[in-house]
Structures are given as structure tokens and as C-alpha cells.
Design a protein around this ligand. Sequence first.
Ligand SMILES: [Zn+2]
Ligand SMILES: [Zn+2]
Length: 463
Amino acid sequence: MKIKFLGAARSVTGSMHLIESNGHRILIDCGLFQGKREESNQRNKTFPFDPKIIERVVLSHAHIDHSGNLPNLVKQGYENSIYSTFATRDLCLVMLKDTAHIQKKDAEYLNRKEEQRGLPPIEPLYSAEDVDETLSLFRGIGYLKGFYVAADIKLTFYDAGHILGSALPVFDIKENGRNLRLGYIVDLGRKNLPILKDPELVKGIHYLIIESTYGNRLHEDPRTTESKLARVVNETITRKGKIIIPAFSLGRTQEVVYNLHRLQDQGIIPHIPIFVDSPLSTDVTEIFKLHPECFDQEISRMIAQNENPFGWKDITYIKDVDESKKLSQVDRPCIIISASGMCESGRILHHLKNNIGDPNNTIMVVGFMAQDTLGRRIVERQKKVRIFGEEYPLKARVEVFDAFSAHADRKELLEYVENTKDTLQGVFIVHGEEEQSRALAEGIKGLGIQNVIIPALGDEVQI
Ligand SMILES: [Zn+2]
Ligand SMILES: [Zn+2]
């Protein structure tokens, strides 16, 4: 069989890999590449193969860097099934719709500028109709239910513990009289994350494709989050300030909400109003409620006691713009959770603008902030920051939480590889910056596994 590495090779975004066996072509993930505009447009628009030759698509989870280019694949002629877990399918409904909407708005904005320069109009990558078409091709498969995606190729989804619905697709392939087990460990979650079950350790794997986002880093234990959250909330309330939390709509928002609910339930923080101000976050949270099969014991216990983990008297979800604007008039301590996660767009910008200059307020950083984003400038505690083209002094306190990561760290990645060491014949490292991938490769070699490859974009290997 052959594996072609067509995305997230020596980089993080745009996951896409093609396996070929017994004449079948199966694509694993079809994510958006996110980088500089020109390069992103080019890479996302053109596939390095004819979409019509693909027989099946298998999707690991709903994050856009794994799922976001599916509607374009369909637009360009793919018309077979897309296999994912049920929760991933439901999440893709809102995530892909949102992505199509953002692309439309971006194109409109850019076209107004381009028109002035006399350049041809920019086309969005795909439309809402392409998303509908894509959703009609999804086929849900439950965890641990083996399913033949082609003759001699059995697919099993194991829980990845990364986000709601996330799976580790494992392929059992019969080829020329031999049995091969290929595991796609991208993205790998962590033990003890709130809400989700822990990642499943899959045994008997011969070849691993593994992520390396944090191939050279160690995270704090997720169990340390709650006590820090409690301290920061209580300190801010004592100062009569507000707490502003920029958070990704999928995953981080629900984790923060769930943690706050538990803290209020236990009387560790007082009952102050909590607002989730984002239409996408609101929609995603609705989908969480539909998938208790993904939940860990603790949250299941909460549900068994008739409590809604994401909805109680202190929390308000806001979709409406006018309701969102009214939040600037709240004159007592409250918590506002809003998107986008890196503070590059969305309603969070209004809340930052209104609250960043007050030393009594706190900005809580709970997610990764990429270089050159407003979020990163806040993490760096720059004295002044630009919001909507105007300068604002950064006087609010900034509290950075490291323990919130949904990705396995170096230790957890190595543990994963070691667990299946007995049968392992080769490892392919993807989904990481080169430095992280190289560090992980060294670690894996240290376990006594010599066949470790960091494929470059477009590389093809025969196994
Ligand atoms: Zn992910
Ligand atoms: Zn990813």
C-alpha cells in the first residue's frame, strides 16, 4: 500500500492524506490550510489529485484544519461517502456553514477593495449550497463499530479525547496475503480533560501516522485549571471588575462553561452572570447536548441528576446583535465568553475595546494565540493595542492558562507510541512545525523504534 502526505506535512494546518491499497483510494481528512492569504488560496483551491478518483473520505474530527476543505472537494466532483462519527457530522453542519459564511464576507470585502484597483473579483472557495451537498454525503459510524469502507479495508473509530466526536481512525487492511493495521493518531487529545472521555490506547498497530503539535512541550495537568479559574474569578469580583474570555467556539467555550458551572455549583465562585456572546458558540453548545455518548463519567453523573451542564440560571447565550450590544451597559461583575479565539474578528473585539482599559478587569487567555494576532499582543502584555484601527491602553489584568490544551503533549505522545511498540514497524510524523516534529522523532527513536519518518508535503511512501 501507499500513503501520500498531502497536507499538514511539516506544518500544522490543512490535514490531508491519501491511502491507496488494492486499487482503492481513501482520503483521510480534507482540512483547510491556514496561512498567508496567497498561499492559502492556492493550496486550498487546487487539489493535488482529481477529486473524482477518490473512493471514500474518512474524517477524524470537525476542526476546520481537518474538515474545512470538504465542500470544495465535493464542489470539484467528489460524490461518494464521507465517514465520521455522529457528533463530528453534526458539528460539521455548523462549522462548515460558518466557514462558508466567513468566506463570502471576506470575498465581498476584498472585492470592494479590488474593484477600486480594477482587479478581477475574488471567488469564495465554496458556497452554503456546497456545504449542504457535502453534508448529504456524511455517514455516521459509532465508536468501536468496525465498518468496511472498501473490500479488505476495515475502519474502526476509537475515541481521541480531543474535541466532541473526535476519533482516531484505525484501518485493518488485507493486502497480498498480509494483514496491516494503520493508525491515524491525529489529533490526539489528553487524559482528564473536562467533558470528554480519555483517548483510547489502540494496540497492535503496525504503522502510525501521529501528530506532533506539541512534540517538544509539556503541558500543565488539566486538573489544575479549576483552582486557577476560581482564583482569577474571585480576585476579579473583589475588584468589582469584569472577566473577558476570548475562546474558540468549538471545545474551549464549552470547557470553560462547564468548569464555571461546577465552580458555581460547589459554591467556590459566587453566582454572577455569565454570557456566551457568539452565535457559533451557541449553536455548537446545542450540538454538545445531543451527544452524551462522548461524555466522561463526571458530566454523565451531572446529567443523570437532571442538570444541564451547559445551561443553568446564571448563564445566557446570545445570538442577537442588539442583545450583544447591551452587554456594554452591564455595570457589575460578570463573565463574558466570546469569539474569535485569537481576537482577530467577531464580537470579542467589542468586549475588549470596552474593557481592556480598566485595571479592575481581567482578560483570561485560555487558548493558543498565534503570532501577529491581537490575542498574542495581549499575552505579551503590550502597553497599547490596536482594536478597530484605534489604540487602547492595555490596563486590564491578563491571566494565561496553559492547562487548557486539547492536544497531547510530548510525554503523552511518546506514551502512545510506546503502548503499541511490540507490533510497530514504522511511524510517520505529521501535524507539527518542523522543530516539534524533529524533537518527537528523536524521542520515538529513543524508544528503540528506528523507522521514523517526517514526510515533506507531497511525499509518497510504500509500506
Ligand atoms: Zn483538532
Ligand atoms: Zn488539527
